[in-house]
Design a protein around this ligand. Structure first.
Ligand code: NAI
Ligand code: ISE
Length: 339
């Protein structure tokens, strides 16, 4: 690839997120083109490829990685398929943006961590897009100044309108709270050391047998507590809010997305209905940053270590949900590559 040539990206998985990232790379961001798409559903891959001139459609990720014009990989298949695709990308030594979760459990995430270390250089950015959201970025910048003093507590709310039919009680943690596992580690610059999950009586709107909502408490190695209300059938909207309580003040995000109207004797606002709407700017920023860094030959953003740590926290959370009580998070020593 010459310095000016656009980055040729193979998008693996052309479902909801993958198709949206194809659109984003094709229409919104600059410096890259979608060279290939892959889906186990051949018709879906073909339909998405047809939206981009010169884009080829495949059913096998390895074939796409070997195709002419492919310089990098964006993984948007379901979490359990990520490990095999990441390891194939390492074999081709290709840069990767991997949607969250890195993998669904700590053991598979550790295998990816070990494989990247064998390569000897970072290749992967994990899709924890909240780090690119303007509100989260402002909160992080404020905390970094130290003006508010030491963070003591972080309160998070994560609400989805409705869960898909395949959603299980464990997925509230492994699929949804995975974002707060990363946001807590990143905002506070602490590792999470233990997880407790409390279970209110499920909402009447939750599908049968789904423990929804849940109240998750993280303890950190910096002595802070971070709690997460996860409620995936709240019915009214998509809401992600966070408030950090520090020694000398507090800071809150997630309230200013409303369009507030005064009309016909009433006032009120609108609430986003899903993540593609609430985090649109974050996804745009995430992908543009990845393209720019990759073209410079760099890897920035959430690392495989971050993906592994979040997977270990979620695994402890799922155990805490199933067995009750407090479950400690066991992490391997942080390798030099990620320090
Ligand atoms: N950052 C965020 O806010 C969000 C991230 N995600 C993540 O994005 C990823 C994809 O999620 P969705 O698009 O919602 O799922 P989806 O089910 O809509 O799409 C997944 C696609 O991958 C295909 N697929 C399955 N196995 C494959 C394989 N081995 N190789 C290639 N294609 C394969 C499926 O046929 C399907 O078309 C997941 O990791 C999910 O956790 C999802 C929603 C929001
Ligand atoms: O990543 C996401 C989904 O996979 C997850 O299921 C939702 O709960 C999150 O809000 C969304 O950002």
């Amino acid at each position: 690839m010459t310095e000016r040539a656009p980055l040729g990206v193979a998008v693996i998985g052309t479902g909801r997120m993958g198709a949206d990232h194809v659109r984003r790379i094709h229409e919104v961001t600059s410096g890259a083109r979608v060279a290939a798409v892959v889906d186990v559903d051949a018709e879906r891959a073909k339909a998405v490829a047809a939206r981009v001139d010169g884009c080829t459609a495949h059913t096998d990720p390895a074939a796409a990685m070997a195709a002419a014009g492919v310089d990098a990989v964006l993984i948007a298949s379901p979490g359990p398929a990520h490990e095999a695709t990441l390891l194939a990308a390492f074999e081709h030594d290709l840069p990767v943006l991997c949607e969250k979760p890195l993998t669904p459990d700590a053991a598979s995430a550790l295998r990816v961590l070990e494989a990247e270390q064998r390569l000897g250089h970072r290749r992967v950015q994990v899709g924890f897009m909240r780090r690119y959201d303007p509100e989260y970025a402002k909160l992080k910048a404020l905390l970094t100044t130290g003006q508010l003093g030491r963070p003591l507590m972080l309160h998070n709310r994560h609400r989805n309108v409705a869960s898909p039919p395949f959603f299980t009680s464990s997925m509230l943690i492994s699929d949804s709270v995975a974002h707060e596992a990363d946001a807590t580690r990143w905002l506070l610059d602490h590792e999470i050391t233990a997880v407790t999950v409390l279970r209110p009586t499920p909402s009447a709107s939750a599908p049968d047998a789904l423990q929804d909502p849940q109240f998750v408490v993280f303890e950190t190695d910096g002595g802070a507590l971070s709690d997460v209300e996860i409620f995936v059938n709240c019915g009214f909207g998509y809401q992600v809010q966070a408030e950090v309580v520090c020694e000398r003040g507090t800071a809150r995000i997630g309230d200013d997305h409303a369009l507030v109207t005064n009309m016909a004797g009433r006032w009120g606002g609108t609430i986003a209905q899903d993540w593609t709407e609430r985090f649109e700017t974050a996804y745009d920023q995430e992908i543009q940053t990845w393209i720019d860094a990759t073209r410079r030959g760099e890897v920035t953003g959430p690392s495989v270590w971050d993906g592994y740590a979040a997977a270990a926290v979620c695994e402890a959370g799922v155990r805490a949900l199933q067995d009750g009580g407090r479950v400690e998070v066991a992490l391997v020593e942080k390798p030099t590559l990620y320090r």
